[in-house]
Design a protein around this ligand. Sequence first.
Ligand code: IMP
Length: 446
Amino acid sequence: MSARKGVEREFPMPIVVVVGGQWGDEGKGRIVDLLARKARVVARYSAGNNAGHTIVNERGEFKLHLVPAGIFYPEKTCVIGNGVAIDPDVLLGEIENLRAKGIDTSKLLVSDRAQVIMPWHVLLDQLDEKMRGNAAIGTTGKGVGPCFIDKVARRGIRTADLLRAEDLGPRVRSALEYQNRVITGVYGGEPIDADQVIARYTELGQRLAPFLGDSQSAVLEPHRRGEYVLLEGAQGSLLDLDHGTYPYVTSSVPSSSSSGAGLGVGIGPTDIKRVVGVFKSYCTRVGNGPFPTELFDETADRLRDHGKEFGRGEYGTTTGRPRRIGWLDAVSARYSVRFNGLSALALTRLDVLDGLETIKICTGYELDGTIVDTLPARQSVLDRVRPIYEELPGWTDATSEVRNFDDLPKQAQAFIKRVEQLLECPVDLISVGPAREQAIIVNPIF
Ligand code: IMP
């Protein structure tokens, strides 16, 4: 410690990051909704409307793709950071839908540095998937990948550019001069008319204008005043461009893993003190790509359709696609714990396992007679690994009404303790149903 007394830069309350630990759809929205009770600010920092949250509360069921889940608390500021790719049509539609159901959206702030998903991004996403044929990534087709490609290529359009036709016009014309050649020449598609885009996006810019601002101040100022700030990731970490199952990943820059959080709102790593990883009690994946513990039997159907009659089955929020289902994969999960620097786990959908005779956890992979205990980098290797399972006894009692860890069936407690050991991280929160109160708080995160 320095002897000299100077300016202090320590703030009393931690900034907490919440990330999905697997391939997405772990129930982050539900966990953020729960943690948001204490936070002053809830911010999204990456990805786009490829993400989707389903939130059930007293106002009904909501599917959000861009607006942070904290919007249901009127006193919170909700921030969409510079790291998010924004489709203005989708965002404005979401805002209108929330307003129509009586939700106050006046505290929503959208970064003026965020990239905009333009019509050519959506078209290119779809054309590119078609061209890849059998090797398609299985994208959500929302234009997110091409938008981030343009960000990195320095050809992107940012939300601030939408505010004035004088700024937007030249940027759209220059982007389309290039993109129309790609659309027609590479993919054989129809060119996009620049004038129509400029007129439409100037109008969208006017509607978006009241929400635009600086995400850095929106996050840091309350933090300095001693308020809690929550940063929410989008897709699961195993879809991370660097650490995920490349090339079957999402193209978000910054990534949805915890390392992208500061970058995506405009703060540095020293301001972030805790990272919570949300994991399902089993595993799901949408889109193509390796999934070592994938199941194709009746257990998969049972887990997928649990609660389907209440809209709770394993079907994508964004695309409606049935999710691929498998047992909890502790190998990839531990890898995710490590590269996210997780300080706590939130385990979701424990109740979905109720009634199973046995529950399996993958503790290693078998590859040509050897045991592998970390996620291989090569896709062709990942495709060949075989899961090694540990089998744990299941439980018959329903867990959805349980609110204390000690009241869970002993087998469920043993399952959770084993998850902690294998993932090398404590489980601080368990969810046992979609409603806000259906949670077991083992250790308070805030
Ligand atoms: P993209 O993000 O639309 O380019 O899709 C790339 C990959 O990420 C595909 O496998 C998608 O299914 C997957 N993906 C993107 N967003 C989500 C999400 O919110 N949940 C689950 N998977 C997602």
